[in-house]
Ligand binder design. Structure first.
Ligand SMILES: [Zn+2]
Length: 124
């Protein structure tokens, strides 16, 4: 299953996407078959660096998340990847900041994955 593969790679500190060799569409998280042309896709490993495209502070959250965290959309190789920015307050972040992808134990919903990816600001 592609979901298990994706989570297994996260555990191995790798982020995966898929690219359709026929129509060149790219998918994150990866899919097994291209939803546009139904071709089998190729798995690609993403670089573990990107740039913040946009971000926001979450001040209201369900009981599983502690409010006051920052979420961002990060551009990695043209893919827009959503995630939580660790160890950075909202007002410490700027659009265009470089982040690296880090992998840590998942904190959130009780039946969530064991590990998950997060973003960390690279030093300016
Ligand atoms: Zn396709």
């Amino acid at each position: 299953m592609i979901r298990d593969f994706f989570l297994e790679k996260i555990k191995e500190k790798q982020l995966t996407s898929s690219t359709c060799p026929r129509c060149n569409n790219v998918y994150f998280p990866p899919v097994e078959y291209c939803p546009r042309c139904l071709n089998k896709v190729d798995i690609k490993y993403l670089p573990l660096r990107g740039k913040i495209e946009t971000y926001s502070e979450v001040s209201v959250a369900t009981g599983f998340f502690k409010p006051g965290y920052t979420v961002a959309i990060v551009d990695i190789n043209g893919l827009k990847i959503p995630g939580i920015v660790k160890d950075a307050k909202y007002d410490e972040i700027k659009i265009g900041d470089e982040v690296e992808v880090v992998f840590e134990k998942y904190e959130g919903y009780p039946n969530g994955p064991e590990y998950w990816y997060y973003f960390k600001l690279r030093k300016r």
